[in-house]
Design a protein around this ligand. Structure first.
Ligand code: NAD
Ligand code: GLY
Length: 365
């Protein structure tokens, strides 16, 4: 664990070149200098949302006084090609050429949408990620996955487009609604379960001070998650192996989001149910100890209430899981914990195991 509040640098490898994740208080103020350090002084296009701008626009504009600003709506229901098109139109109107840099300042939706615009405008321009939600700071800003949803499913249109820099400033989190902050904490818990017992134990024992959002408590937690993600995506950028572990909780999580049309759950909340489901399936198989499963359930309960699943039909959820399977070339992959701090990918989870687990989680048959 890192106890300093100085900026921490984490290096990430990618096929397009290595980049740094910088995390620490005050990083927004030095963003201009950081961009110049990576050779992106010239034409800067900040893509953000009205919500983020309302809280942080003045500070962002002070940090990047020469940047053009493009505001697009965020939230899952705007994560589609029409929103990307709004960015193209603004880039076109400003005659943005190959040397343009897109600076995504927002949550995971802004990062994914602006990142996709950067990946495709003039066959690819530079991208900088300045994540402003906890989900984006610990997960989506790192690793180069960008994209949008299609009527046929979530994130079906996308690219790998590594950023040139990721700048994480915990000051953004002060204005995040509590529910959004909790959604990010479920992702932090995911990292603990899949890769670090020490992180899990620390988060479980320190929820009160995390909720106070003091940078000296938050930064070490964010940095630990970023280090795990950086290590994994450096080793497996295109998700041929180890990167799949990052999908712990996502098989059931994505299905819950899909059956509720992306309206009921924050992504992290659906992942929380997915973590509970994965822990149960693993425990039923004798792969994972019951007392560890209880520890996971206790932390998730302590994080606060989740939206109800009592009205959701197990058949519908199973069908959504199968649709996801079709999208992943017929293989139903589940990531299951084997102990807190370690997980594995399995390809042989059966429908009856899922039904039993969803029943235990309170869904209706
Ligand atoms: P989000 O981007 O929708 O942001 C959540 C809400 O918080 C929005 O209403 C936004 O306006 C608001 N907000 C953002 N920053 C704020 C701030 N500092 N203060 C106040 N309000 C703020 O949601 P998210 O949870 O950040 O991201 C979820 C998205 O990320 C999903 O679309 C998911 O698919 C994607 N994702 C991508 C990856 C990846 O690897 N690319 C990984 C995980 C998640
Ligand atoms: N959030 C999963 C991944 O980046 O692979």
């Amino acid at each position: 664990m890192h106890t300093t509040t100085e900026a921490v640098r984490i290096d990430v490898g990618s096929s397009a070149g290595a980049y740094a994740v910088q995390a620490g208080p005050g990083l927004l103020g030095s963003l201009g200098a950081q961009l110049r350090d990576v050779g992106l002084g010239a034409r800067q296009f900040v893509v953000s949302s009205p919500t983020v701008w309302r809280f942080h626009g003045t500070a962002i504009a002070q940090a990047l006084p020469d940047a053009h600003t493009i505001l697009i709506p965020d939230g899952e229901r705007f994560k589609h090609l029409q929103t990307v098109n709004r960015i193209y139109e603004a880039l076109g109107a400003a005659a943005a050429e190959r040397e343009a840099a897109v600076i995504a300042v927002g949550g995971g939706v802004i990062g994914d949408v602006a990142g996709f615009a950067a990946a495709t405008w003039m066959r690819g321009v530079a991208l900088v990620q300045v994540p402003t939600t906890l989900v984006a700071q610990v997960d989506s800003a790192i690793g180069g996955k960008v994209g949008v949803n299609h009527a046929a499913g979530k994130n079906l249109i996308g690219a790998f487009h590594a950023p040139r820099l990721v700048a994480i400033d915990p000051a953004f989190l002060a204005t995040l609604p509590r529910r959004e902050f909790r959604a990010g904490l479920y992702e932090v818990v995911k990292y603990g379960i899949m890769a670090s017992r020490e992180l899990f134990d620390r988060v479980a024992g320190d929820l009160d001070s995390l909720f106070k959002r003091r940078p000296e408590r938050l930064v070490p937690t964010i940095v630990d998650c970023c280090r795990i993600k950086a290590r994994i995506v450096t080793a497996d950028e295109r998700e041929a192996g180890e990167r799949r572990l990052l999908n712990l909780g996502h098989t059931v999580g994505h299905a819950l989001e899909a059956v509720t049309k992306y309206r009921r759950f924050r992504h992290g909340e659906a992942v929380a149910y997915g973590l509970l489901a994965a822990a149960r399936i693993a425990a039923h198989r004798g792969l994972f100890a019951e007392d560890e499963r209880h520890r996971i359930a206790d932390v998730i309960t302590a994080l606060g209430p989740l939206p109800s699943v009592a009205d959701l039909s197990i058949g519908d959820v199973l069908e959504a899981i199968r649709r996801d399977k079709k999208m992943s070339r017929g293989v139903l992959r589940f990531v299951l914990p084997v102990s807190i701090g370690s997980a594995q990918v399995v390809n042989d989870v059966q429908a009856d195991e899922i039904v039993k687990t969803l029943t235990e989680l309170g869904m209706r048959s």
